[in-house]
Every structure is written in structure tokens, then in C-alpha cells.
Design a protein around this ligand. Sequence first.
Ligand SMILES: [Zn+2]
Length: 345
Amino acid sequence: MDSSFEDFCLSLPKIELHAHLNGSLSDKILPLLGCPYSDICNYQKLRNIPIGQRNLENVFKTFAIAHKATSSSQTVYLATLNLIKEFAADNVIYLELRTTPRNEEGMSAENYIESVIKAIQDSTNRILVKLILSLNRQHSLEECTNNLNLILKKQSEYPDIIKGIDLSGNPIHGSFHDLKHLFERGRNNNLFTTIHCGEVVNSKEIHEILEFRPERIGHACYLHPNYNGCIQNWNLLKELRLPTEICLTSNIVTGTVDIYENHHVQEWIKDNLPFSLNTDDKGIFNTSLSQEFQIAKKFFKFSAPDLWKISMNSIEDSFANAEEKIYLKMKLEDWKFKNYKFFSQ
Ligand SMILES: [Zn+2]
């Protein structure tokens, strides 16, 4: 990769719309949380296994270490604060963090949300941060209902920070169908919705998610007919133009895509459908948003103006309010004006 393009990707103001809090923690954050040395070494070892040699078992082990490291209000606060710093250092100017509220000994789910919000409020970096709270499809309907009740309560206290709800968790468990009414309730209470969609082959569920018309969908690995999806769903996506959160490295490491050259984003490019580039779990997958932009350029021949446009379009797809979108777009325009060298080659 030529160094001027690396500079471009790092310097470009970027928009991150799909980042899970716990999975995003780098090995540099773990010591700040008082994580045992042996866990840190293990974490580094697991995340440094070359792509192609990693498997789902490694990924789950890495997740477990990060999860264990954030089991008190103080560590959740510190993890969020330092994570925001890392995204800001990568020139991410707008970040939507997502996480599932959780109960631990000495920390209620409400404490958990409060700790994340306090870190967002205390963050002094020049980055705008919003929170998406997740319902986990592995949880029971009762747990998800309680979770949504809590989310709605906290949203009424922090409407400028809590912007949306997400459906996440292991896609082989649970179903969107059983939780759809909760997403309808969230929507009726002014929460935006984004749904992890098509992480496994399941055209029936993908159809139901598209019909629900969330503001965005995540991954969409098995939606296009060339990728074990079906033409009806692809046509519906083309008609609805729901923005898709693309996570290149995540899909490679978890094995939904074998090599970057075969990534399903090609179909979005061919049909000119809206998408954003994201990290998903930058800590687990040992990546950064700048790196994802470099990968996009390398494998899909994006030019500097193309990548700038992806950032610009992602602002429109974000859950920021109208005023914040204008501010972010101005920042991006201003950066282009000052960095014209990248656009004149
Ligand atoms: Zn995700």
C-alpha cells in the first residue's frame, strides 16, 4: 500500500456506524482496566493470528476476555472513554457505539448504561458520539422486553445520546420475528433501528427484516442471490435502498466471506446501493477504520474521491440530527478544501 494513500485514509474524517463497545477494545485499553497480565497476553496472541488462520473459536475466546474486562461500572466507564479516544485518534469524527446493557454483580444494567453515557459526556475529544442499545437475539423475550423498557426509560433522560436500538447476538439463535413488536415499540418512541441481517443463510428472516424497513441493516452477507440469498430480497433492497453497514475484515475473520476479493460489497457497488464502511469489533479483529478504508481501496479500486464520498454519504445514513449532519458535512467539505492534493492526482 503506498504511504500517501495510507496518509489519506488516516487523515480523512470518517464516520463509524457499526462498532460494538466490548469487541472494539484494543490490547492497549485492557491494562487500563486492571485486566490480568495473562489475559492481556492471550488477547494479543489471539488477535494477532493471521487472517485466514483464525476461526470462530478464537474469536469467541477473544470476546470473552474483553467481556470479562468490563464487568464493573468503573471499567465500563474507562473502557468507553479510552475507546472514544482511539476512534478520535483515527480521525473518526462521528461514532455510533452499540452495546447490550448487562447486569453483573455490583452493576445493574442501568448502571452499565449510565457508565457508558458518563464516558460519552466526559469525552473531551473532537468527536461526536451517539449510543445504540442492543437487544440480543439469544436472550428470552422477557429479558429483551425488560431491556427495551430500560432503554426507553434512559432514552427519555438522554435523548441526545441514545439514538437507536439494534438486534445483535449469535444469528443461529432466536429470531427477528419474535422480537419485531419490540422494534415497533422502539420506533414508535422515536428510536432509530438497525438490524444485523443475513449473517447466516435465512432468506425468510431477511425478507421480514427488509419489510420492517429499519433505518439501516448490518452485514447483509447472504442477501444477494450470488451469495446464497434470493432475487426477491435483492430487488426489495434495491427498491427500499436501506443503507447497509459493511464490515469487511469482520466478515473475513468470522468466515462469512473467504477472501476480500469475493466480498459481497461488490454487488452494492455494481448496483450503486448505499453502504458505509465499519469496523464491527476493531479490538477483536485487530483493525481500524482507516485500515478498512485502505482495504476497500486495495480490493475494490476505490479512488480518494470515492472514499471521501463514502464518508459523506455515511453522514446522511447516521442517526445524528439535522443540525449535527450539517456540521459534520461542513467538516468534511473543509477537509477536502485543505487537502486538495489527494483529489488532483
Ligand atoms: Zn456487529
